[in-house]
Ligand binder design. Structure first.
Ligand code: HEC
Length: 481
């Protein structure tokens, strides 16, 4: 019924595609758009309302997998973007993110113009071109959307921008649908040399060479620069292109005699797949601090929270580069550790680390492996304070290798309504899930990994450090109470 009405209205407005109508104004190719306005540059190929186009061509395929009712992602963000409710959930509605509300944003403002655009949190959340400003000026705005996937194309962004500037109407054509044909995607700035932090430490790895058609994975140990606990509130990483990952580790107490020499580049293999056992061994005692599979990272811990790192060991820096070209490339990484004082903090964060090493994947089969960690096991395996009564988890992500099909994490409480809280389908860029307010785990609860792999090889696969092996790991940050 509604649909018929819209068509009728458009008809009355004169949805003409006759070039003659506007030829006198703009010349031969110009036509009237769906509002009956002559447009010299744009040739609107159909009278599709802009909001309908945004919903059907952008939100439904790229956002709804998470933003639909019933998912944990929808619960966290408080935002459902399915066609039945998206418009009502967006226009002039306050955000779930309180920091954005405090700074005057609504989800999508209907005020129009630049003011409307600059008051729309949705625009901040998707505008990848603004990535740098987003992360450095708004530490608590979460991630750029869509989470854990490629940014929207410049064409999709242009349509949404125009729509918001036109007051975000539900029923009119306010943007040229042909904008969608620009399918280029913003990519992060190639490589920036970071300014050292005001309070904290800077480390610089490289430059080092990666030969043509080779991989290079190196480790580099730096000594602690403090004799006391440090409290990390922000980490910035910037890498030259070609990196597969960069991870900052420290060590567990068991490392003893295997502690590597500081400030020497240790290659994990010789470039032909022959591993150097001496350099592999210390990895068994690694304790993950932070890392990224993107060329740049700027992570702030939530307000009032910082990660405690004791002075027992320094950092073992791990860079992995892959050179698919026929020329040598150069690897280089800058990393800033910003620290704060414990007296500034409401909570001290610790690392959640659950590593299932006991699975086996038969050859030529798709296999789903489940592994449950009860409250006490999470405390034990992650080395958290043993008298904790509550675990507040505020960041979660998975790690696996290339045979992954899907990595789910389920909140487990011995009842039947276990809740799915995390899904990753891209092993290279698993979504880093910020959970705000944190997910609180009680002693009768736990986390269950449900992980599906496709072992297309002729050999069975097991846990291992090499890229041909598999992994099944949950990383996260937690504070206890
Ligand atoms: C992989 C899951 C996932 C996908 C895909 C995804 N989102 Fe989100 N979205 C989240 C999560 C989780 C949050 C809350 C954390 C945050 O803000 O970073 C969120 C928050 C948001 C918010 C802030 C809501 C508020 O009121 O604070 C907006 C706006 C948003 N998403 C828009 C989008 C749009 C538009 C797309 C598609 C282009 C998209 N998201 C795709 C998971 C996802």
């Amino acid at each position: 019924m509604k649909k018929k009405l819209i068509i009728l209205v458009l008809f009355i407005l004169g949805c003409s595609t006759d070039p003659e109508d506007c030829a006198g104004v703009f010349g031969g190719t110009a036509i009237k758009d769906c509002n009956g306005v002559c447009d010299g540059e744009a040739v609107y190929d159909e009278c599709k309302e802009t909001w309908e186009l945004i919903q059907n061509d952008i939100f439904t395929p790229q956002c709804v997998s998470c933003h639909k009712s019933g998912t944990y992602f929808a619960q966290l963000s408080g935002l459902v973007l399915t066609a039945d409710s998206a418009y009502l959930q967006l226009i002039d509605v306050p955000n779930t993110n309180i920091y954005a509300n405090n700074e005057g944003y609504v989800r999508v403002s209907s005020s129009g113009g630049i003011f409307g655009l600059n008051s729309s949190f949705l625009w901040e959340k998707i505008n990848a071109l603004n990535e740098d400003h987003f992360h450095s000026d708004h530490p608590y705005y979460g991630e750029i959307m869509p989470l854990g996937a490629y940014y929207l194309t410049n064409g999709q962004l242009a349509i949404i921008e125009k729509w918001i500037k036109e007051g975000a109407p539900e029923h009119s054509v306010v943007a040229n649908p042909n904008l969608l044909s620009d399918t280029t995607i913003y990519s992060s700035p190639e490589f920036v040399v970071l300014e050292p932090p005001e309070s904290g430490y800077q480390y610089h790895l490289g430059p080092f060479n990666i030969l043509p058609q080779r991989e290079r994975e190196i480790l580099y140990y730096v000594l602690p620069q403090s004799t006391e606990d440090i409290f990390i509130e922000r980490v910035q990483i910037s890498m030259r292109p070609g990196s597969h990952h960069f991870i900052i580790y420290t060590f567990t107490d068991e490392i003893s005699i295997y502690l590597p020499e500081p400030e020497i580049i240790r290659d994990l293999h010789d470039g032909f797949g022959n591993y150097k056992m001496n350099n592999l061994l210390p990895m068994l005692f690694h304790k993950f601090i932070t890392g990224t599979q993107w060329p740049a990272l700027d992570y702030h811990f939530p307000e009032g929270i910082a990660l405690r790192v004791p002075p027992n060991f320094g950092f073992d820096l791990n860079a992995h580069y892959i050179n698919y070209t026929d020329e040598p490339i150069i690897g280089e990484v800058f990393m800033n550790i910003h620290t704060t004082q414990e007296s500034n903090l409401d909570h001290v964060a610790e690392i959640l680390f659950l590593n299932n090493v006991t699975f086996s994947l038969p050859p030529g089969e798709v296999t789903t492996v489940e592994q449950t960690y009860l409250f006490d096991e999470i405390i034990e395996y992650s080395n958290l304070s043993t008298n904790a009564e509550k675990l507040h988890i505020f960041q979660l992500f998975s790690h696996s290798h290339k045979h992954l099909i899907q990595f789910d994490i389920v909140l487990f409480d011995n009842s039947d309504n276990n809740e799915l809280i995390y899904t990753a389908r891209d092993w290279e860029h698993p979504p880093i899930l910020e959970i705000n307010p944190p997910l609180t785990l009680l002693p009768n609860q736990g986390l269950k990994m449900v992980v599906t792999y496709d072992n297309w090889t002729d050999d069975s696969l097991k846990f291992g450090l090499l890229s041909e092996d598999e992994m099944m790991i949950i990383f996260g940050y937690v504070y206890t109470e």
